[in-house]
Design a protein around this ligand. Structure first.
Ligand code: OSB
Ligand code: MG
Length: 371
């Protein structure tokens, strides 16, 4: 499969409802899409870097020149057998994992289409349906949050995750548990606490949470291990797990009992699969995280979630929770049982609405192999 050209595009898509985490509120997504043109087949992927460098150091502006100047030249003009070969070709560039993932995953997507095989099978998946949860942001009031939870439970979602931060945590969790004592509930702090708040974090134990996601610093593993020893609630790491090596360290030190895998955060499908395997061998369940993706990134998350050790419901939910109109067809739908059915069709099983994407595009650049 010869990599002939790479197209980068920026599209703007307003969210149906703002999404607020401990680091800020997002009303509209600015999304970088990548198309890898390979022997007459186009592979697509989404870069999950945010509008601002708040979740991690990468952001929409940093990914573009990193791909144009460093990553695209590493693959352009080459003949690759598989998306698996990208990680080594990108290894000289440090960090920039979301940029790397976007290009690598576009090549995996092209490979699946070329082989006329479903992407999930190419990745080694086995599940024919995946369980879904929702991540609900910080709201203007606890009442609004309870209303939102009610709607998602009625829709069938199997796990509710709420965002927390100092000042929006224990009181809110108390209200949720007072109304729903038995639902599967977790919380995500996106690094909003420090280790000297251990007593406060220990008070979360009363809520019988499935997990507490990333309570401490985004780059920390060691102090999460200290914290985990003090808690009954299982810690799940998100931000800190940037590689299979980080996952191995987290497991060995006892920093968490669950890991959230985000294919963008870890640099692509190849590394995501390695993390899956490390966790599986250590009996640590994983689940697929989300980054408010459009249908293109969402379809890739669905494919990844078919791997066996994705045992817990992911933050992989229906298109309509985010978008008035998604850029894929059919849109991602969740059954009343809270599952997404996996298609047998080649590629992701979702068609890309190129006309709509063209209308949403604010910036576009194609890089070609030099003759
Ligand atoms: O920490 O999981 C997170 C969204 C943006 C950045 C970080 C996170 C999230 C979510 C939303 O929780 C997950 C989703 O529904 O896509
Ligand atoms: Mg998280």
């Amino acid at each position: 499969m010869k990599i002939e050209a790479i197209t980068l595009r920026e599209i703007h898509m307003p969210l149906v409802h703002f999404f607020e985490t401990s680091f800020g509120r997002t009303y509209s997504r600015r999304i970088l899409l990548i198309t890898a043109h390979c022997d007459g087949v186009d592979g697509w992927a989404e870069c999950v870097a945010g509008e601002d460098p708040f979740y991690s150091s990468e952001w929409a502006e940093s990914a573009w020149p990193t791909i144009v100047r460093y990553l695209a030249p590493a693959v352009l003009g080459r003949t690759l057998g598989s998306g698996r070969e990208c990680a080594n070709l990108f290894a000289r560039v440090r960090g920039h994992r979301m940029a790397k993932a976007a290009l690598e995953n576009a090549i995996w997507d092209a490979e699946a289409k070329q082989k006329n095989e479903p992407l999930w099978k190419l990745l080694g998946g086995t599940r024919r349906e995946i369980p879904c949860g929702v991540s609900i942001g910080i709201q203007d009031s606890a009442e609004q949050l309870l209303d939102k939870i009610q709607i998602e439970l009625a829709a069938g979602y199997r796990r509710i995750k709420v965002k927390v931060k100092p000042g929006w945590d224990v009181k809110v969790l108390e209200k949720i548990r007072a109304r729903w004592p038995d639902i599967t509930l977790s919380c995500d702090a996106n690094s909003a606490y420090t280790l000297d708040q251990v007593e406060h974090l220990r008070s979360f134990d009363q809520f019988n949470l499935l997990m507490m996601e990333q309570p401490l610093w985004d780059d920390d593993i060691f102090y999460h291990a200290r914290l985990q020893k003090e808690l009954r609630t299982s810690i799940c790491l998100d931000e800190s797990i940037v590689s299979a090596r980080a996952a191995a360290v987290a497991i060995e030190t006892g920093a968490c009992r669950i890991i959230n895998v985000k294919v963008g955060r870890v640099g692509g499908f190849t590394e995501a699969r390695k993390i899956h395997d490390v966790c599986q061998s250590q009996k640590i369940p994983v689940w697929c995280g989300g980054m408010l993706e459009s249908g293109i990134g969402r379809a890739h998350n669905i494919a990844l979630s078919t791997l066996e050790n994705f045992r817990l419901p992911g933050d992989v939910s229906a298109s309509k929770r985010y978008w008035k109109e998604d850029i894929i067809e059919p849109e991602v739908q969740v059954s009343p049982q809270g599952t997404i059915a996996i298609s047998e069709a080649p590629g992701t099983g979702y068609r890309i609405k190129e006309d709509l994407i063209e209308k949403l595009t604010t910036r576009k650049e194609t890089v070609r192999a030099s003759a």
